[in-house]
Design a protein around this ligand. Structure first.
Ligand code: 6GU
Length: 282
């Protein structure tokens, strides 16, 4: 996938693109991010990109006669013009569903605003997909564009280390609930212990615990996520209850198995820090 970022501050993206998963994906050729400084399209001696709003008021407005030619030229830089996304607090909210939709594209142009925004004729002429990352105000669209790149790239096959991790993440298509609580060694820290069930080796019981933990957590913190999802969960639960569950085993063998899993994880070694940094789960 190719992203073209149109911004007055390309430097904002440089550090972000040269670290960790993004850097790896770009090096591997799974992802291409091209930065374009919109100021290169200013054609007067003062490099003017913005001007005072008609009708008065604070701030400056990005000029239609600079932005439109800039976008149109960048559109010609690849075989297809690509999907034009404008980052603006007036846009439709970015959700995982929108991220999934964007991940289907071959090429996305991310148009970043600054100041008070764009002259409305930019929107009328280019008809971009206007996207906002939430109900708060940022200084510009750059951080929002980075959020779009970050969330979309996770869904491109071959970009994440573990192909499945994008599917089980919170809000991904396989799971619209929050993630369950996670634990690793040590088993006890400052008197706090790991839930026994996770050490039992009983995979059925562990999955039931995780499922109810996800549900309780979501109900407590984000009940809005359960709207329409609740009945589906109830049905899934009923189906599971009908199936005869294997008897819970407390055999030492099962415990040994889970110990082995824990041993296999470099959870207390210095390497574990790296593993955590590159851990892609939400
Ligand atoms: Cl996309 N831009 C700005 N300036 N502020 C925002 C935003 C975008 N999304 C939320 N707040």
């Amino acid at each position: 996938m190719r992203f073209d970022v149109l911004t007055l501050f390309p430097g904002i993206f440089e550090g972000y693109l040269s670290e960790s998963l993004l850097k790896d994906a770009i090096e591997r050729g799974a992802l291409e991010v091209c930065l374009h400084n919109m100021r290169d399209w200013a054609n007067d001696k003062h490099n003017t990109m913005d001007d005072r709003p008609f009708g008065g008021g604070p701030g400056m407005v990005l000029k239609v006669d600079r932005i439109v030619p800039c976008v149109e030229e960048v559109q010609t830089y690849a075989e297809r013009p690509g999907r034009l996304v404008m980052l603006t607090p007036q846009g439709r909210p970015l959700t995982q569903r929108v991220v999934e939709e964007l991940a289907q594209e071959e090429r996305i142009l991310l148009l970043c605003g600054r100041y008070e925004g764009f002259d409305q004729r930019v929107v009328e002429i280019l008809q971009p997909d206007e996207i906002s990352i939430g109900d708060y105000v940022l200084n510009g669209g750059e951080v929002a564009a980075a959020v779009v790149i970050d969330s979309v790239m996770r869904l491109i096959p071959g970009v994440l280390g573990d192909e499945n991790s994008a599917v089980v993440d919170s809000f991904s298509s396989g799971n619209r609930l929050l993630e369950e609580d996670q634990y690793t060694r040590p088993r006890e820290y400052r008197g706090l212990t790991v839930p026994e069930i996770l050490l039992s080796g009983d995979h059925g019981a562990i999955e039931r615990w995780r499922s109810s933990n996800r549900r309780e957590k979501t109900l407590a913190r984000r009940p809005d996520l359960l709207d329409g999802e609740e009945t589906k969960i109830d049905e899934d639960e009923k189906k599971k209850k009908k199936k005869k569950r294997p008897k819970k085993t407390e055999e030492p063998e099962a415990v040994a198995e889970s110990e082995n899993v824990a041993e296999a994880k470099p959870s207390e070694t210095p390497e574990a820090v790296d593993a955590t940094e590159t851990n892609v789960d939400v």
